[in-house]
Design a protein. Structure first.
Length: 123
């Protein structure tokens, strides 16, 4: 009898805790998605500079890309330290991918094909 009376409060606490984790995951994914969006933009700019044989901008965009790669490495390391073994869990991987897609869908540097693919995955 006591188990039945505890089941509802435990379920509610679990759902609140789970939704809190989801919000925390979304907050932790946001800087990764932002850095990835910037990286896509830099890659696009670098591609145009290479196609235009613009050596000054090639140098500038390459340097900017290298700085961003360092930033992304740090962000990934911090994320991995925080989530540790959860990263290997398929269920967590699906949550992560969904949060990443929601965070990056508005990136202005996405190609139309990538944006359509992400929209399909979110639906």
């Amino acid at each position: 009898m006591k188990i039945k009376s505890l089941l509802l409060p435990i379920t509610i606490i679990g759902l609140i805790g789970f939704s809190g984790c989801s919000n925390q995951l979304a907050e932790d994914v946001e800087p990764l998605a932002s850095a990835m969006c910037k990286y896509i933009g830099i890659q696009n700019d670098l591609k145009k500079a290479v196609e235009g044989n613009d050596s000054i901008n090639i140098h500038l965009f390459t340097a900017e890309r290298n700085k961003l790669q360092i930033e992304m490495t740090i962000l990934n390391r911090e994320f991995n330290e925080k989530y540790g073994d959860k990263i290997k869990d398929q269920k967590f991987g699906k949550k992560f991918k969904r949060e990443m897609n929601k965070a990056i869908i508005d990136c202005p540097h996405l190609s139309p094909e990538d944006r359509d693919r992400i929209k399909e995955e979110l639906d």
